[in-house]
Ligand binder design. Structure first.
Ligand SMILES: NC(=O)c1ccc[n+]([C@@H]2O[C@H](COP(=O)([O-])OP(=O)(O)OC[C@H]3O[C@@H](n4cnc5c(N)ncnc54)[C@H](O)[C@@H]3O)[C@@H](O)[C@H]2O)c1
Length: 430
């Protein structure tokens, strides 16, 4: 920050850290930091103090980056964030003019809305118009902190509405040394959660690579080369593909190749708990989808879009939609299904023998048009989220209830209903 021309006052409760910065010395071992702190100190742009009030009064922006260590249950400890919010709120009570507060610590969803904003506004006696409070998750990594600061992988700013607030967009972009257009403006909770999820995703990747490495090394295959090839694919592997919440996976390839890889690991006596847990997690999600599908508000005549494992194919092998359809029928719902690819296959005989052999009980449930589906249904279970079907459903005078299993928020379920069911399911599956 000081190199970019800002005048920075560091506030800490630890004497050693304040003394070190006060003498132009770094508090961490980190490439380039020693030089930058010394230079900033020499040029009078880096200061340190224990006095939060003094720091708030002499600056326009407060960056909060206090520790949020794990408690015994793994949940993050918020006492330092709470203490800092209190310090800033108290100090702002005596400060004229507007102020920007930026939370950079990693915190659980709800922290800004439920702790930081109420504390600061209440203690300062100011309004949200006078004090802008945002969260900007920090993505820099130790060891490459300065380089990452100058080239962040992502710039996310959380605000109350998910949009730039007041006229702070330019000040925030300036603070981060990025163009305003490069900022992703999201709601507080999205910013808070996505930061932790980035690290969870990194942990998942490391674990996956290590299980692959262990398997390869026992099987006499070069694991580094295998992973190099895997990561070369930027279309399906290292991309947004397969990373949208919604339906469980299925089809003829993913379950089969997963099972084969686990069998290979077993043959080589390689313990691969991550790989083994994938099918179980998918089964839990199938069950969750089935339970969600029957939240029909007492309606019995139900329609479903999709039966094959994905759109535009008639492949029914391991299709989660078949499981959901069977679950609904088993529960006594009067089900109709619209899947043009499967219906065409049935009518043209392309995959008729498979359909007759494996899903004779479902073949009769297929309807040929969205109108037929809507004529029948008091509730529609969306597995594909067809916009055409949704549009047709909404214009009906007796519009059916929509249950959106793709989790794209097109249904009428509330968050409470959702979490209750997930908890019930977790209990059931345990
Ligand atoms: N270390 C990283 O690379 C990194 C990267 C991204 C995000 N984060 C997040 O940033 C936050 C800080 O991480 P860290 O590794 O720098 O933690 P840290 O524990 O090394 O430093 C936190 C500092 O906050 C000070 N502090 C505590 N309470 C205070 C108060 N009331 N007033 C003033 N200072 C106070 C502590 O004395 C300490 O010096 C955490 O939420 C962490 O998850 C860290």
């Amino acid at each position: 920050l000081s190199k970019e021309g800002h005048i920075v006052t560091g506030v800490d409760i630890m004497k050693d850290k304040v003394d070190a910065i006060g003498h132009g010395r770094p508090t961490v071992i980190e490439p380039d930091v020693e030089r930058l702190i010394a230079q900033g100190h020499q040029e009078g742009r880096v200061h340190a103090t224990h006095d939060a009030e003094l720091a708030v009064h002499s600056t326009e922006v407060s960056l909060v980056c206090v520790g949020t260590p794990s408690g015994r249950d793994g949940a993050l400890h918020m006492d330092y964030v709470a203490a800092t919010a209190k310090d800033i709120g108290d100090a702002l009570a005596e400060k004229e003019g507007r102020h920007l507060v930026v939370l950079r610590s990693t915190v659980p969803p709800g922290t800004v809305e439920e702790l930081v904003v109420p504390t600061i506004l209440e203690l300062s006696g100011k309004t949200a118009d006078e004090i802008c409070i945002v969260i900007i998750p920090e993505f820099l990594r130790e060891g490459t902190a300065v380089a990452d600061y100058h080239a962040p992988p992502l710039v996310v700013v959380g605000t109350s509405e998910g949009e730039p607030e007041q006229d702070h967009a330019a000040a925030i972009a300036d603070l981060l040394s990025v163009e305003v257009d490069h900022i992703q403006w999201v709601q507080y909770r999205q910013a808070e959660l996505m930061k932790s999820l980035c690290n969870v995703f990194h942990a998942l990747k490391v674990t996956f690579a290590n299980e692959v490495g262990a398997l390869c090394s026992e099987a006499g295959i070069d694991g580094h080369e295998v992973m190099r090839l895997l990561t070369l694919d930027r279309k399906l592997n290292i991309s947004a593909a397969y990373l949208r919440p919604g339906m469980p996976f299925g089809g003829s390839c993913l379950p089969k190749d997963l099972a084969a890889t686990i069998a290979l690991a077993n043959q080589h006596y390689v313990n691969a708990p991550l790989l083994r847990s994938i099918a179980e997690s998918n089964e839990v999600h199938k069950r969750r989808s089935c339970e969600a599908a029957i939240r029909c508000n007492g309606h019995r005549r139900v329609g479903m879009d999709g039966l094959a494992f994905k759109a535009d194919t008639d492949d029914l092998r391991e299709s989660p939609m078949v499981t959901i359809a069977e679950f609904l029928i088993g529960k006594g719902y009067d089900l109709r299904i619209y899947d043009p690819a499967v219906d065409t296959a049935r009518l043209t005989g392309t995959n008729r023998s498979f359909i007759e052999e494996h899903i004779p009980h479902l073949a009769d449930r297929l309807v040929g048009t969205t109108d037929e589906l809507l004529d029948h249904s008091e509730a529609i279970v969306l597995t594909r989220g067809s916009e055409e079907l949704l549009a047709a459903a909404h214009v009906r005078p007796d519009a059916p209830q929509i249950i959106d299993l793709t989790l794209a928020g097109r249904d009428s379920l509330t968050a409470t209903q959702e979490s209750e069911t997930v908890e019930q399911l977790a209990a059931a599956t345990t």
